[in-house]
Design a protein around this ligand. Structure first.
Ligand SMILES: Cc1ncc(COP(=O)(O)O)c(C=O)c1O
Length: 362
């Protein structure tokens, strides 16, 4: 048998539970109803000629750049934010460099940084999953070449201030600082402008969450035009497929669909948080389309909760193995039609497991 590179053998296995996802999908922070109908209509117009050709990214990049109010030279469409992370690691990390992450957070930062041969330095969030800029700054060294911060963060739903993020970028001018804004639409604050004050900042956005296109795999990486030249050297010219490219202009055009979805998801989030508070269930107030809550003090209790919700037709995600998340589950919020189902199932589950301390407010 071949021996993988040493940096690969040390990578922890990451197997998100994708199998058997029957029911209401509140486990992956996706759009729970799907994409805009206008995007779907486009599907019928795809021709065999479009599929026969290698996909041309340029014109769609220009459209997305226009939508974001930036120049096409500052942007790269990617195969999801995952590819954006991978490309940054390939572009900037050498073996022996350090990659700084703030945990708990999205798993792929660690995986791609480790695969590039970097050593991963994990800084924990402070009490209440508060972003501790001083703690992060204190771990920056001259070997720090990559910093990844999700804002809002997954799985906690908490945020870092734009000022703190800028401070960190200024403290690590030798590092690519990725601000992963996968959940931007639910939060509304972005580093897109502030990034101009530090050329080492990159911002990532995705079409997998609010846009309802996780299956297409499209993301955007934004950065200083000079830095993006280097990232493009590593990227395949055909990294985003023709179907995804055909859909994207329609997806960004239908902003009323996005606005309505966000409005209802935020209503659902505040109903869920209100219900948890009334029931005495500990949770962390979220700025994203999910809420992290503690349903017990052991991994078994989180598993029991996830199973009880599944019996009621609702998929939620066990986060017990994440740093500081023992006994925690994460629930994605969605539009009105799903909020009622969620709150009903939640009430029954908490009662069944003897977790509820007061009546849940719907
Ligand atoms: C913070 C964060 N970044 C990136 C991703 C993945 O995005 P994409 O589907 O665009 O690869 C996720 C998905 O859960 C996420 O939570």
């Amino acid at each position: 048998m071949l021996k993988p590179r040493q940096s690969v053998t040390g990578i922890p296995v990451y197997h998100p539970p994708l199998a058997g996802r029957e029911g209401l999908r509140l486990d992956f922070n996706e759009n729970t109803v799907g994409c805009s109908p206008r995007v779907l209509e486009k599907l019928r117009t795809i021709s065999s000629e479009q599929l026969a050709r290698y996909p041309e990214r340029g014109p769609v990049e220009a459209r997305v750049a226009d939508f974001l109010g930036i120049s096409p030279s500052e942007l790269l469409l990617t195969n999801g934010v995952d590819e954006a992370i991978h490309l940054l690691c390939q572009t900037y990390l050498d073996s022996g460099d350090e990659a700084l992450i703030v945990v708990p957070t999205y798993s792929m930062y660690r995986i791609y940084a480790s695969a590039a041969g970097a050593s991963v330095v994990s800084v924990p969030y402070a009490d209440g999953f508060r972003f501790d800029a001083d703690a992060v700054q204190s771990r920056i060294t001259e070997r720090t070449r990559f910093v990844a911060i999700a804002n809002p963060n997954n799985p906690t739903g908490t945020v870092a201030s734009l000022g703190d993020l800028l401070k960190i970028a200024h403290s690590a001018p030798q590092a690519a600082v990725l601000i992963d804004e996968a959940y931007f639409e639910f939060y509304g604050k972005t580093m897109l402008e502030a990034r101009r004050e530090a050329s080492n900042i990159f911002v990532a956005r995705t079409f997998s969450k609010v846009y309802g296109l996780a299956g297409l795999r499209v993301g955007v990486l934004i950065g200083h035009a000079e830095q993006m030249k280097a990232v493009r050297l590593v990227s395949s010219p055909y990294n985003v497929n023709a179907v995804a490219l055909a859909f994207l202009p329609e997806a960004v055009s239908d902003q009323s669909y996005i606005d309505q979805y966000v409005k209802e998801a935020l209503e659902c989030r505040s109903r869920l948080e209100g219900a948890l508070q009334a029931g005495g269930v500990h949770f962390w107030p979220s700025q994203a389309n999910f809420v992290l809550m503690r349903v017990g003090s052991s991994a078994d209790e989180a598993v029991r909760f996830v199973e009880a919700m599944r019996r009621r037709g609702i998929l939620v995600r066990d986060r017990s193995s994440d740093h500081g998340c023992l006994g925690c589950v994460r629930i994605t919020v969605g539009p009105r039609e799903h909020a009622d189902r969620l709150l009903h199932a939640l009430q029954e589950t908490l009662e069944e497991l003897g977790l509820v301390q007061g009546a849940l407010r719907r």
